[in-house]
Design a protein around this ligand. Structure first.
Ligand code: BES
Ligand code: MN
Ligand code: ZN
Length: 505
């Protein structure tokens, strides 16, 4: 799928354009407001008969409203009209939602050469172009890898963005790299746990290293033992599959002004261990417990393709499974992490933080300018924020703000959450330095506080709990039902804007 800009007004474009499907966005009530440019342009281009047809079909211009007029005479053959709601509330997310509906309707109509006219006046051209193009491509993602029979689903080969200047071309080029990263993350998350194993994550990292010239180190169990990673290896010890500690590095050409580490939780399956997950705990969905690792590997894929200057990026995943066996961790075991801290395992299902503890210690030893971890860490975060918003905990206001800006630019939602230090009392252990599980109330906060114990004090660090956002039961906006690839766009935008980390407060 290719994107290009057609800078002229809609009616002028239609004189030269020879595609099959045209999509136009209209605000609510625009029939009474002739000043709304696209409606006038549309009538000029398609003919006044359209006015009547819109009235016949009771088009109101509400957000999400989408009409297709197929088998028209001449060009376009298909006209799609999408509602945009009130102009006052129209933002980048509205633009994305409209572009996603348009893409669905266009694909359903068999569009091959699509032109999209959406109002971009209120936005920076690059932001608008990127938002539309990402929404079109990502909403048309379709994964049939595990079906024995493939349903053919032709996609538009060319998508023209009407009314955007040629200067957007560069921004549109970046879309393909970013979306390839999101798609990789979706594929990893959606694949079952008998396919995406720790070895498979390591193989994926190796393929990225080979294809994009990244540096790769895989630490096997003995190397992790030598580094004292007792928390991570404790989680891994119940599985028949060996753990794989993945460290992938992007070195920018011309040297780095900034070095960052991205750490992803990589539990390819989380049974809960001896604190076995029971009915209603979604054990059958715990293939997505590697969503953090999918996000950082997806970001690595995008970065490898986009090659941003000035930022060295370390991608770190302590991959393993949380299983049950005669050799699995007992509830009550005490493990020692690679920074020497001892941890009483009062719940084997709080395993993600144990793997992250050693991964964060490893990341901090690289002395980066910032560490960001992403993890499907707690059910409590799902309860707190639902499935559209990830929780954001950070020791640095500057890092928190720059991540929020990067997320907003990609249409991903983060919400700042507190690192309330008094809640650390909930992790006090009578026998070890700390225990891995606190009380149920505030469980996402104590999980973040647990992680903080494994991060160097002076280092700007952010933790994203993406337990609710990695999976979407029904399609929504640019996410089809299933894996969302959440986090990739935030990370890519943050790194491509120079990975800003303002002064720590
Ligand atoms: N992977 C889960 C968290 C999770 C739960 C993600 C539901 C997505 C949906 C994590 O390892 C876990 O089991 N957390 C426990 C922690 C508890 C034992 C303190 C939880 O949230 O119940
Ligand atoms: Mn668990
Ligand atoms: Zn887990």
């Amino acid at each position: 799928m290719q994107f290009r800009c057609l800078p002229d007004a809609l009616s002028a474009v239609l004189g030269q354009w020879s595609g099959d499907t045209l999509a136009v966005g209209l605000f609510a009530g625009s029939e009474e407001r002739p000043e709304h440019p696209l409606r006038g342009e549309l009538l000029k281009a398609v003919g006044a008969g359209l006015q009547q047809r819109l009235e016949q079909r009771r088009f109101k211009g509400k957000p999400g409203e989408c009409l297709s007029f197929e088998q028209l005479e001449g060009t376009p053959r298909t006209l799609i009209v999408v509602g945009l709601g009130e102009p006052a509330g129209f933002d980048l997310d509205g633009l994305r939602a409209a572009a996603a509906s348009v893409a669905q309707a266009a694909a359903a109509a068999g569009a091959e050469d699509l032109a999209v006219a959406l109002p971009c006046e209120g936005f920076e051209n690059d932001d608008a172009g990127r938002a539309i193009a990402e929404a079109v491509r990502l909403s048309l993602y379709n994964d049939q890898r595990f079906k024995s029979e493939q349903e053919p689903r032709p996609l538009p080969a060319m998508v023209s963005l009407i009314g955007l200047p040629a200067s957007c071309a560069q921004a549109l080029e970046a879309v393909s790299g970013t979306c390839a990263g999101v798609e990789l993350a979706r594929q990893l998350v959606a694949a079952p746990p008998n396919v995406v194993t720790p070895q498979h994550l390591a193989d994926t990292a190796a393929a990225l290293a080979r294809d994009h010239g990244l540096e790769l180190q895989i630490l096997e169990r003995d190397a992790c033992e030598a580094l004292g990673m007792g928390a991570y290896l404790g989680v891994a010890q119940g599985s028949d599959l060996p753990p794989k500690f993945i460290h992938l590095t992007y070195h920018p050409a011309g040297g780095a002004q900034r070095r960052v580490a991205l750490v992803g939780k990589g539990l390819t399956f989380d049974s809960g261990g001896y604190n076995l997950k029971t009915g209603g705990s979604q054990i059958e969905m715990m293939k997505y417990d590697m969503g953090g690792s999918a996000a950082v590997l997806g970001a690595a894929r995008a970065i490898g393709e986009l090659k941003p200057a000035g930022v060295e990026v370390h991608v770190i995943v302590a991959a393993c499974e949380n299983m049950i066996s005669g050799g699995a961790v007992h509830p009550g075991d005490i493990l020692t992490a690679s920074n020497g801290k001892t941890i009483e395992i009062n719940n084997t299902d709080a395993e993600g933080r144990l793997t992250l503890a050693d991964a964060l210690v490893y990341a901090c030893k690289l002395e980066p300018d910032a560490v960001v971890d992403l993890a499907t860490l707690t059910g409590a975060c799902v309860i707190a924020l639902g499935s559209e918003i990830a929780g954001l905990w950070s020791s640095s206001d500057g890092l928190s703000q720059s991540l929020q800006a990067a997320a907003a630019a990609g249409g991903e939602a983060l919400w700042p959450m507190p690192l309330r230090s008094s809640y650390k009392a909930g992790l006090k252990s009578p026998v070890a330095d700390l225990k891995n599980t606190g009380p149920r109330p505030g469980g996402a906060i104590t999980a973040a506080l647990f992680l903080q114990d494994f991060v160097s004090k002076e280092l700007p660090w952010a933790h994203l709990d993406i337990a609710g956002t990695v999976w979407c039961d029904k399609g929504r906006g640019l996410d089809p039902a299933g894996a969302t690839g959440f986090g990739v766009r935030t990370l890519v935008n943050w790194i491509c804007s120079g990975a800003p980390v303002a002064q720590q407060t």
